[in-house]
Write a protein that binds this ligand. Structure first.
Ligand SMILES: *[C@@H]1O[C@H](CO)[C@@H](O)[C@H](O)[C@H]1NC(C)=O
Ligand SMILES: *[C@@H]1O[C@H](CO)[C@@H](O)[C@H](O)[C@H]1NC(C)=O
Ligand SMILES: *[C@@H]1O[C@H](CO)[C@@H](O)[C@H](O)[C@H]1NC(C)=O
Ligand SMILES: *[C@@H]1O[C@H](CO)[C@@H](O)[C@H](O)[C@H]1NC(C)=O
Ligand SMILES: *[C@@H]1O[C@H](CO)[C@@H](O)[C@H](O)[C@H]1NC(C)=O
Ligand SMILES: *[C@@H]1O[C@H](CO)[C@@H](O)[C@H](O)[C@H]1NC(C)=O
Ligand SMILES: *[C@@H]1O[C@H](CO)[C@@H](O)[C@H](O)[C@H]1NC(C)=O
Ligand SMILES: *[C@@H]1O[C@H](CO)[C@@H](O)[C@H](O)[C@H]1NC(C)=O
Ligand SMILES: *[C@@H]1O[C@H](CO)[C@@H](O)[C@H](O)[C@H]1NC(C)=O
Ligand SMILES: *[C@@H]1O[C@H](CO)[C@@H](O)[C@H](O)[C@H]1NC(C)=O
Length: 561
């Protein structure tokens, strides 16, 4: 059914339920969804030629998807149009390598339409949608002619746009990214697009792109106001420790809003980019991809529909498959990896109030407050002192609480409210936003038999709280490993309780991560003043300035997402 060289590591009862080549219908309990993790072609000066090459690789993913009867497939942000990026004053260089798009209300089929001014790479996707009778979601750089006061001198607006083809190859939905991550030269619509579409198998999808995930508009609106049950998320994410690694936040968002979530990631370990998955909200996930090395992969899952807030059948990870493509099938993976592992960004935890976990056996209570937010921690632990002798490497833990405003890579700020247990390389709090290199042998002396994080805090429609947890391999914990309860106790307050219910000795992060949209755009909270900076910290600042060590390349970060 698929080419022999494709490595299938999850074979299952997947096919038995549907042997006829038939699309899902309004009456089926599920549909078949797919997401792509793609390491794109980027080299060269001709953005059009690059888009054509990427389109060719997209056809390889689509072939596997078609063989597996996929109803809808999602490709990553920036991946098709992954050519050179330009500073604002050179934005006109994008124009020859950007595409016009028809309005979705016209349901145009650009495939083989010689009168259409849509770029060839995009036409090829229309043809593929038609040939495979599949819904295809791609992300493009869109150009649109403009006149008047807000039109740039080159006569065009440029957008970071997702578009959806239906099974006939027609463009039926379009979403222009609202929360741009820098992205010099790209425009924003005057009002946010709220993009939803209903498929012929009767699922109401909403879509948003990458950085949008961290904001209220349009992401939360899709769920609260448009009542979508299934989310399309295309991304070019830059993972960050301890809270915002790609699969961690995708899982958390899906859980918090209890929606099916199809997350597709642009793969580039050199910038900490990658991480895709299909998640079923509070009922668990199907499959995820997180690769330390560059990778091309496809996840296919049989996704139960959500009807009246409930999945119409249980979530079963056996209903998912992950395909990895070899370098001969998709020749973009680096043979000479520029980095040995994903280079992950580090959150600035200096304004957090933290306390070192004192290795101990038994149950311990602790309350930590930061700027009016108090979090209670009850832990039950076993600590094996015998394992930490000599030069053994192991994670320490800290309780960390924050209620304030953070910066997102100096691109914008956002309100954050966090109660967490996080892991650190040593006893210094500055080491809690990193991990040991993946080739380091570490021991796990601390087992958390249970953790209860609780807090009574102010409630608001402008605040969302997401349970986030990963182990030291950066895999999110399974939904059977924790409970998360949020209860409104009166008109103004909510009680939160996040519990680790199964013992773990490989914990990395266990956190309630709240976003307070009311505080977005306010100046970021800086560390408490008059803090004595120990010499060791000054040393690490120096190393960072000199570019030594594990620092993140901010330049490449600013170019896009
Ligand atoms: C860029 O590539 C496209 C597609 O291969 C080709 O048609 C075009 O002539 C190229 N442009 C330049 C400036 O080389
Ligand atoms: C131009 O942009 C400004 C600032 O965003 C806005 O107030 C104004 O309405 C826009 N004008 C038009 C014609 O869209
Ligand atoms: C689009 O971006 C360009 C370049 O930044 C700017 O000149 C133009 O006013 C923007 N258009 C709108 C509608 O904001
Ligand atoms: C910790 O707090 C819990 C819940 O408030 C309480 O039941 C327990 O007795 C406390 N344990 C200790 C060791 O103080
Ligand atoms: C905790 O218990 C473990 C195993 O039961 C034992 O090896 C260790 O010495 C104890 N640690 C402390 C601090 O008592
Ligand atoms: C947190 O702990 C304090 C002190 O033990 C207690 O008074 C308070 O009720 C606890 N709050 C929650 C939400 O558990
Ligand atoms: C989640 O459950 C699966 C199946 O039991 C298991 O293989 C996997 O290791 C679990 N993940 C974590 C992070 O514990
Ligand atoms: C709601 O509960 C919180 C926490 O117990 C309390 O501080 C607040 O005064 C209560 N508000 C109302 C309106 O009762
Ligand atoms: C929510 O945020 C918006 C925009 O920041 C603000 O206008 C509104 O007053 C806030 N609502 C609440 C309930 O805080
Ligand atoms: C959110 O941020 C606003 C502005 O800083 C603040 O007034 C509010 O207390 C914060 N928390 C909640 C729950 O709204």
């Amino acid at each position: 059914m698929f080419s022999a060289s494709i490595y299938v590591y999850l074979i299952s009862i997947f096919f038995s339920a549907r042997l006829t080549l038939q699309a899902s219908s309004p009456t089926s309990n599920y549909y078949i969804g797919a997401v792509v993790e793609y390491h794109p072609v980027t080299k060269g000066d001709n953005g059009t030629a690059i888009a054509n090459e990427n389109a060719k690789n997209y056809l390889t993913f689509l072939k596997t998807a078609s063989e597996n009867e996929v109803d809808i497939i999602v490709f990553p942000e920036n991946a098709l149009f992954s050519g050179k990026t330009y500073p604002l004053n050179e934005r006109s260089n994008y124009l020859p390598h950007s595409t016009y798009l028809p309005h979705p209300k016209d349901s145009k089929v650009p495939c083989h339409d010689t009168s259409s001014n849509v770029m060839e790479a995009v036409k090829a996707m229309s043809c593929a949608a038609k040939r495979h009778a599949m819904y295809i979601v791609i992300n493009v750089r869109e150009k649109e002619k403009c006149t008047g006061e807000n039109c740039s001198k080159d006569g065009h607006n440029l957008y970071n746009t997702n578009l959806v083809f239906d099974r006939t190859g027609a463009i039926i939905a379009k979403y222009r990214k609202w929360n741009l991550f820098g992205e010099a030269g790209m425009n924003r619509t005057s009002k946010p697009d709220i993009s939803t579409f209903r498929t012929d198998f009767d699922v109401n999808f909403g879509q948003f792109i990458c950085f949008d995930l961290l904001f209220g508009t349009p992401a939360i609106k899709l769920v609260r106001e448009k009542k979508v049950t299934d989310i399309i998320f295309s991304s070019h994410w830059f993972s960050e420790l301890p809270f915002l690694t790609a699969n961690q936040i995708q899982t958390g968002w899906s859980y918090a809003h209890n929606v099916n979530f199809l997350g597709s990631g642009y793969n580039n370990p050199a910038t900490g980019s990658g991480g895709s998955g299909i998640y079923g909200g509070k009922d668990g996930h199907f499959a995820r991809v997180w690769s330390e090395k560059s990778a091309n992969a496809l996840i296919v899952a049989k996704i139960p529909k959500i009807v009246n807030g409930q999945h119409s059948q249980p979530i079963n990870p056996n209903d998912a498959m992950v395909f990895f493509y070899s370098i001969t099938e998709i020749p973009t993976i680096n043979q000479q990896e520029p980095v040995p592992q994903q280079k992950i960004k580090m959150d600035d935890l200096s304004p957090y109030t933290t306390e070192l976990f004192q290795p101990a056996n038994g149950t311990h209570n602790l309350t930590i407050c930061n700027n009016d937010l108090c979090c209670n921690f009850t832990t039950n632990t076993v600590h094996r002192d015998d394992m930490v002798q000599g030069a053994a490497k192991y994670y320490r833990y800290r309780f960390a609480v924050f209620n304030g405003v953070r910066s997102f890579s100096d691109i914008g700020t956002g309100g954050v409210e966090v109660c967490s247990v996080i892991s650190c390389l040593d006893e210094n709090p500055t080491s809690c936003n990193q991990r040991f290199d993946t080739n380091t042998i570490i021991v796990h002396p601390t087992t958390f038999n249970s953790i209860v994080i609780s807090s009574v805090t102010k409630d608001s429609t402008n605040v969302t709280r997401v349970p986030l947890s990963i182990n030291t391999e950066l895999h999110p914990l399974n939904v059977t490993d924790f409970t998360f309860v949020s209860n409104k106790i009166n008109a103004t307050h909510v009680s939160l309780k996040y519990t680790l219910t199964k013992p773990r000795k490989d914990l990395m992060t266990f956190a309630i991560y709240g976003r307070n949209f009311t505080a977005d755009g306010l100046p970021k909270t800086t560390s408490a003043s008059a803090q004595i900076i120990p010499p060791i910290y000054l040393m690490s600042i120096l190393l960072i300035i000199l570019g030594i060590g594990n620092t993140y390349q901010v330049n490449s970060l600013l170019s896009f997402v």
